[in-house]
Design a protein around this ligand. Structure first.
Ligand code: SF4
Length: 234
């Protein structure tokens, strides 16, 4: 299940020092995914057992604030993630999950059990057929909507994240996503990094005319979510 880890990260949970654990499966196959090798060829990476993770956490005790579960999609392993979350909380550490929103019930369960401190939920495109291009396949849009509703209910701290990928995100798309997440606590517009994208056609150097658009996207996004930030090098 866990096949990669970063012992100490300053960039995966804003304001926190975290350990990052990477899950090796995902139910989406986004053409711009950066971790596609882990998802498509997990056998290339060694399985990391809890004992090893716990050993690192013990060694880092007092230095890190919490653990970030990312991937892949952590909730593909619903039961195992619950157990992992319980183990992490027993160590009095914070827990953040990065999710694509496809598993609202599993997300709700962890929130209800007070096992989660922060959720980063991807909103990859306006929530209609265009989402299928962003997710790389036809997915259940109602699950994404339900996950958004759950977070807008303010039961846990969270952010929505949109990776600004040319061909998927333009100002109109930002406007539509903004309407869907209006009033959210935080919206992060992420700068797309093409180098290691899953699909060849997304690995091209970014068109120079796209970068300045991100600042415009932010202004548009702030009509709906005042706390909108840009993440990454513009
Ligand atoms: S949801 Fe995330 S991990 Fe899964 S394919 Fe898309 S970008 Fe990759």
């Amino acid at each position: 299940m866990i096949r990669a880890l970063i012992e100490t990260s300053l960039v995966d949970w804003d304001g926190k020092i975290s350990m990052v654990l990477f899950v090796d499966k995902c139910n989406f196959m986004c053409p711009f995914c950066q971790n596609w090798e882990l998802i498509l060829h997990p056998e290339k990476f060694p399985v990391i057992q809890w004992k090893e993770i716990a050993g690192v956490l013990q060694r880092k005790k007092g230095w890190i604030d919490g653990v970030v579960l990312t991937g892949g999609e952590p909730f593909v392993y619903t039961k195992e993630i619950r157990e992992l979350a319980e183990n992490i909380k027993k160590l009095n550490l914070g827990l953040k999950v990065d999710t694509n929103g496809a598993y609202p019930e599993a997300l709700k369960e962890l929130i209800d059990k007070k096992l989660l401190d922060y959720v980063a939920l991807d909103v990859k495109a306006p929530i209609d057929e265009r989402y299928y291009s962003a997710a790389g396949k036809k997915i259940n849009l109602e699950n994404v909507r339900e996950s958004i509703r759950l977070l807008l209910g303010n039961v846990v701290d969270y952010e929505f994240r949109t990776t600004c990928v040319p061909g998927i995100i333009d100002e109109g798309a930002i406007d539509e996503i903004g309407q869907a997440i209006k009033g959210a606590r935080k919206w992060v517009l992420q700068v797309f990094v093409p180098n290691n994208a899953y699909k060849e056609e997304y690995r091209k150097e970014l068109d120079l005319s796209y970068a300045p658009l991100l600042k415009k996207f932010r202004v548009c996004a702030q009509k709906y979510v005042s706390n909108t930030i840009l993440r990454g090098k513009v």
